[in-house]
Design a protein around this ligand. Structure first.
Ligand SMILES: *Cc1c(COP(=O)(O)O)cnc(C)c1O
Length: 375
């Protein structure tokens, strides 16, 4: 069986994790965490980056730092992972779902403004498949209405929009380093902060409501409880694993793009014949080959395709059940406007195996099996 995903591993991870253990520094904010922070800040020209225990907790921190609370509304796509919405719901605010555009499956920027009310406080832009949302338009709408922008760049590490790294354009950016993402630490993520006035608040929030970071920098002489908070910092052992991946980020990115491009070329004629729809990468976006998906005719054809691929020894998956129609979505949120593409296109979308180090032989097997289905 060709698996759908294999967690990325480049080699030095084990040595780095061993070093973390030998440093006698396995809790958070140790040497490897600091190395990751520095690497991420420099590479993406981010104001400040803080590793978190997951992409989910990075989103939660961003929602709290936006000051969201009961009565507030946040605009986001329904075609996304549950975490995008749970981060809003945990603050007591209401997720307001808006339709996606079919070419990128990202929030349709032309439908956002109609969903803005006097309760709207923020927009969450999810960069699906590592392909950027139309950020200039989204930032302009946010500015006009005084809204915060959170980028859910869980899938967008190393992608850019008009030359700027995803996660650094909005007020807050959220990365995921889950094992299904391009760069991993098992479970983990990062929060990217654009504004200096958020730095200290974010550090306090991440360190159980204490000013420990300020204390460790010698800026205050007491370390004490100063505000609300939780524990959002990952172990330095996890950061050690991630640091090995970040140092190999370009090699991992190139390898994934190679696989993506091979798929894309292999299915070009099927698209010409009208049998599938391939992903679109807008001109202003440089993507990171987070995933390769095809859109088929409908749900029935997709079910048959996944079964066919499994019979050929290839594991393909689909996602997402649109959040607005999920049990929790019905309870906590609402859809604004017409659902033209969210449900219809999520029913047709199938993801092909995509992971760092995928063998050429396996790649060819996936392509051949998929083409056979349309024969
Ligand atoms: C993976 C993912 C998350 C959650 O990240 P975790 O690290 O698994 O918590 C959030 N949003 C999107 C769009 C994701 O793909």
């Amino acid at each position: 069986m060709i698996p759908f995903n294999i967690p990325p591993f480049v080699g030095p991870e084990l040595e780095y994790v061993k070093q973390a253990v030998q440093n006698h520094k396995i809790c958070g904010d140790g040497p490897f965490t600091k190395k990751c922070h520095a690497w991420l800040e420099k590479r993406f020209q981010a104001g400040k980056v803080l590793l978190t225990t997951s992409g989910t907790t990075a989103l939660e921190m961003a929602a709290i730092l936006c000051g969201l609370g009961p009565g507030d509304e946040v605009i986001l796509p329904s075609f996304t992972f549950s975490s995008t919405a749970t981060s809003v719901v945990l603050t007591g605010a209401t997720p307001v779902f808006v339709d996606v555009r079919p070419d990128t499956m990202n929030l349709d920027e032309t439908k956002i403004e109609d969903a803005v009310t006097d309760k709207t406080r923020a927009i969450i832009a999810v960069h699906y498949a590592g392909v950027a949302c139309e950020m200039d338009t989204i930032m302009a709408i946010a500015k006009k209405h005084g809204l915060k922008v959170i980028e859910d760049a869980a899938q967008g590490v190393m992608s850019t929009y008009k030359g700027r790294a995803l996660g650094t354009i909005g007020d807050f950016g959220c990365f995921s380093f889950h094992e299904t993402k391009n760069y991993s630490m098992g479970e983990g993520g990062a929060l990217l902060l654009r504004h200096k006035e958020d730095y200290e608040k974010a550090e306090i929030l991440r360190e159980k409501g204490t000013n420990r970071s300020v204390f460790l920098r010698g800026q205050v002489d007491k370390y004490t409880w100063v505000d609300y908070g939780s524990s959002y910092l990952p172990s330095d052992m996890n950061a050690a694993y991630l640091y090995a991946q970040l140092k190999a980020a370009d090699a991992i990115n190139e390898n994934r793009l190679h696989i993506w491009n091979r798929y894309h070329e292999a299915f070009a004629d099927l698209e010409e014949k009208g049998l599938v729809v391939r992903p679109t990468i807008p001109e202003e976006c440089v993507h990171n080959a987070h995933m390769y998906y095809l859109k088929l005719k409908d749900l029935e054809e997709r079910t048959a395709f996944i079964r066919h691929m499994r019979d050929c020894g290839v594991l393909c998956v689909f996602h997402y059940i649109p959040l607005h129609s999920a049990p929790a979505g019905l309870k906590f949120g609402r859809f604004h406007g017409e659902d033209v593409y969210t449900t219809a296109d999520s029913d047709r979308l199938v993801r092909l195996p995509m992971f760092y180090g995928m063998e050429e032989r396996d790649l060819n097997r996936v392509i051949d099996a998929a083409r056979l289905f349309f024969h």
